[in-house]
Design a protein around this ligand. Structure first.
Ligand SMILES: Cc1cc2nc3c(=O)[nH]c(=O)nc-3n(C[C@H](O)[C@H](O)[C@H](O)COP(=O)(O)O)c2cc1C
Length: 375
């Protein structure tokens, strides 16, 4: 399997399987001198971890991060940073039973064909939502780097779940409320309706999809490396690497395809001596470069494939059609747990492109900040 590396200068290798020993990430290229504590990484992981509420899987994992290298006395050293969480709450028996009968909508069939049965199938192996813990732990460091050097803030929240849309909200609402409710809605009243919808479908043995919106604030002008590493293409690639993501749209997105230029162009004005645009239909990106407005995009998640209803599948050994009821513990909607994943994947891309664009130096701080040299 190749394809587990993201980034060119802030490079992340994601590793681990759902029911293996651990899930983790190695970061190569993180500047030295970034203050970071284990608690800061843990805070991000806690937002993603399973077993937190009735609207997520009941798999109970502590997800305690272990920082194995690259951080010394709460500062990055410039060496590769290795981060892991161990897998504990594992029950692989149900996966053995369905090994030859792929779950509709999951990666079982494609993985079985491509890796000829060698891929770790337990709990979905490398195709489990659990691998997104590696994006989050690495993203926690990228997020801190962006905040520390550029004051970038990344805010994602649930726009829609199972057709229930978030009611009106401000950016401040999103900042305040998104992690104060189980579904990560920026509007607490909508949160109740979204939760109700998830639980209704869960009771029927079904699952629901949804839409996450992400905003990155204070991104300097010019982040992005056109053409093939443009900001939108790099973000799209990273976001589409989150399992269950089926679409991404920036700014006005697909709606732009139905508009006139006069309706869609973001016209320029001067605000506090800075060039801004009146609207943000471009989602803060022009020509693959950030334009100083908030980066704004939406991500569509499909409903979780593992559902409790009877579905048709095929026994790949006998080639006979058969029925399957997917066993195990699953997310009735992946959306609530995916919100911090979207935030952290965004941080990974922005950190990489900011370093590539020369906006973040390889070593942070002044020489005078050296703590260890005896005077
Ligand atoms: C945080 C998170 C949790 C997930 N949990 C589940 C789950 O419980 N059940 C499930 O069928 N899919 C779950 N998924 C999605 C599957 O991993 C994904 O649908 C599968 O690997 C097939 O890939 P694809 O949908 O991108 O084609 C989850 C995804 C994420 C991001």
């Amino acid at each position: 399997m190749t394809g587990n590396i993201l980034g060119e200068r802030f490079v992340v290798v994601s590793f681990g399987e759902s029911h293996g020993k651990c899930v983790g990430a190695v970061i190569d290229g993180c500047p030295a001198g970034l203050p970071i504590t284990q608690e800061e990484i843990q805070r991000e992981l806690d937002l993603r971890k399973p077993g937190q509420s009735l609207v997520t899987t009941m798999r109970m994992e502590g997800d305690r991060v272990e920082v194995l290298s690259g951080v010394f006395e709460d500062f990055t050293t410039g060496a590769p940073i290795c981060l892991i969480i161990r897998n504990a709450d594992i029950d692989s028996k149900s996966y053995e039973k369905i090994l030859g009968t792929p779950r509709p909508g999951h990666a079982d069939y494609t993985a079985l064909e491509k890796y000829r049965g060698f891929a770790d199938y337990r709990g979905g192996g490398r195709f489990s939502g659990r691998i997104t813990a590696s994006y989050v732990m690495a993203g926690a460091i990228a997020k801190k780097l962006l905040k520390h050097v550029l004051n970038v803030e990344i805010i994602a929240y649930t726009m829609e779940i199972g057709g229930v849309r978030a009611g009106p909200f401000t950016l401040e609402d999103a900042r305040t409320y998104r992690y104060s409710n189980e579904v990560r809605s920026p509007n607490p009243e909508s949160a109740e309706l979204m939760k109700k919808k998830i639980l209704e479908e869960k009771a029927k043995g079904d699952s629901v999809g949804g839409v996450v919106e992400c905003i990155a604030l204070n991104v300097p002008i010019g982040v992005g490396e056109p053409v093939f590493s443009s900001l939108d293409s790099e973000l799209s690639k990273a976001v589409l690497s989150i399992p269950a993501v089926k679409g991404v749209e920036f700014g006005a997105g697909f709606e732009a395809g139905r508009r006139r230029g006069s309706e869609n162009n973001d016209q320029y004005v001067v605000e506090n001596s800075q060039i801004r645009t009146i609207t943000n239909n471009s989602g803060g990106i022009l020509g693959g470069l950030s334009n100083g407005m908030p980066i704004q995009f939406r991500v569509a998640f499909k409903p979780a494939a593992s559902i409790g209803k009877v579905q048709k599948t095929v026994n790949v050994t006998t080639m006979e059609e058969t029925d399957i009821v997917v066993p195990g513990r699953h997310d009735p909607s992946v959306v609530p747990r995916a919100v911090p994943v979207v935030e952290n994947v965004t941080a990974l891309v922005l950190a990489d492109l900011a370093i590539r664009g020369g906006l973040i130096p390889p070593v942070l701080g002044e020489k005078t900040t050296l703590r260890k040299i005896p005077q």
